[in-house]
Write a protein that binds this ligand. Structure first.
Ligand code: IPM
Ligand code: MG
Length: 367
């Protein structure tokens, strides 16, 4: 049995995760996968019910889980919560304490959705890349950090980018291994021309690992500013990309336009294989909480549903079932299923629930 914990969280999280739950139950009941599905309140809903954004019981569930299906974090309601209670970002806490250092963000163009992108169809056609983002280091967690008051009354703010050889090597290894399962091409992204310390070490460690362990993978290095430009210029040139935490955050949002919509993109955050053979993982759509449309039932659940496909692949180790779900999503779209974010302007769009139903219907039809 794999323990799978749903933390729907804030904003559109609950509505999109409700559709993920239906899909997960379908795989549990119809494909007999060993999924022990649980759910806990997280974020604003937990605050309203229990007076804390995450209860200790929830944290224990997280520690005992094999996979977390996460919705989103963030809402204007956080402004009404005392600073002490919201000072620690609970998503970053999970990433860090579960050591979920490998963040996978696959970006594929679905030709049926080419019209939803702001890029020309011929630029994005046939694109299929995997962004591997380091998720536990860099400027997100580096010390020193803080804000100090200067004698003249103004402030001075500090954040620090820090990487060690070991941190770089383990994410690079994950990326090389993934590249071996794909087109064997890896592009390592850095800013070694200016950040000669962290960027320089990054480049050196990735190159050494290539030379000693992965000479069969074609390795290139690219500066991050150029990478941002190349992704919108010619995204087809990329197979696997690997980069530090902050660069991966920015580049993956940019790459979302290659897929047509931010609402379509899944992600997986995976920890190291532990001594007991278990591995923590968290699966979440990259779109965030979208408070402007929360509660309206119009959000696109496909990013979250495709994140569950990654859970089938990486936690349940069921690549064929993962593909089944990915094909069901593609078929639903090919049949015209559209939420508002991916509908051509002026055409009719469906609700979050109807999209979930369309995917479930495809699953049933295909099986
Ligand atoms: C992401 C998000 C997060 C990040 C936020 C919500 C903390 O933008 O997963 O890309 O910056 O990592
Ligand atoms: Mg981001």
């Amino acid at each position: 049995m794999q323990r799978v914990l749903i933390l729907a969280g804030d904003g559109i999280g609950p509505e999109v995760l409700a559709e993920v739950r239906r899909v997960a139950e379908w795989f549990r009941d119809q494909r007999h996968l060993p999924i022990d599905l649980r759910e806990e309140l997280f974020g604003i809903s937990a605050w309203q019910r229990h007076g804390t954004l995450m209860r200790e019981e929830t944290w224990q569930e997280i520690l005992a889980s094999d996979a977390i299906l996460f919705g989103a974090i963030g809402s204007p309601d956080y402004d009404g919560i005392p600073f002490e209670a919201r000072k620690v970002d609970q998503l970053l806490r999970m990433r860090r304490e579960l050591d979920l250092f490998t963040n996978l963000r696959p970006v594929r163009t679905l030709s049926a959705l080419a019209a939803a992108s702001s890029l020309r169809p011929e630029v994005i056609e046939g694109c299929d890349m995997m962004i591997v983002r380091e998720l536990c280091g860099g400027i997100y967690f580096g010390a020193p950090r803080g804000i100090e008051r200067l004698p003249d009354g103004s402030e001075r703010a500090v954040n620090t980018t820090v990487y060690t050889t070991a941190e770089i090597a383990r994410i690079a290894r994950a990326a090389f291994e993934l590249a071996r399962l794909r087109q064997r091409r890896l592009c390592s992204v850095d800013k070694a021309n200016v950040l000669v310390e962290t960027g320089g070490l990054w480049r050196k460690v990735v190159q050494e690992l290539h030379d000693t362990e992965f000479p069969d993978v074609e390795l290139s290095h690219m500066y991050v500013d150029n990478c941002a430009m190349q992704i919108v210029r010619n995204p087809r040139q990329f197979d696997v990309l690997v980069m530090e935490n902050l660069f991966g955050d920015i580049i993956s949002d940019c790459a979302a336009m290659v897929a047509g919509s931010l609402g379509m993109l899944p992600s997986a955050s995976i920890g190291p294989l532990r001594g007991d053979g278990r591995q923590h993982a968290l699966y979440e759509p990259i779109h965030g909480s979208a408070p402007d449309i929360a509660g309206q039932g119009i959000a696109n659940p496909l990013g979250a549903i495709l994140s569950f496909a990654l859970c089938l692949r990486y936690t349940l180790k069921q690549p064929q079932e993962a593909e089944r779900l990915e094909h069901a999503v593609e078929n639903a779209i090919a049949n015209g299923a559209r939420t508002a974010d991916i509908a051509a302007s002026g055409t009719k769009s469906m609700s979050t629930r109807e999209m979930g139903t369309a995917v479930c219907a495809e699953l049933a039809r295909m099986t």
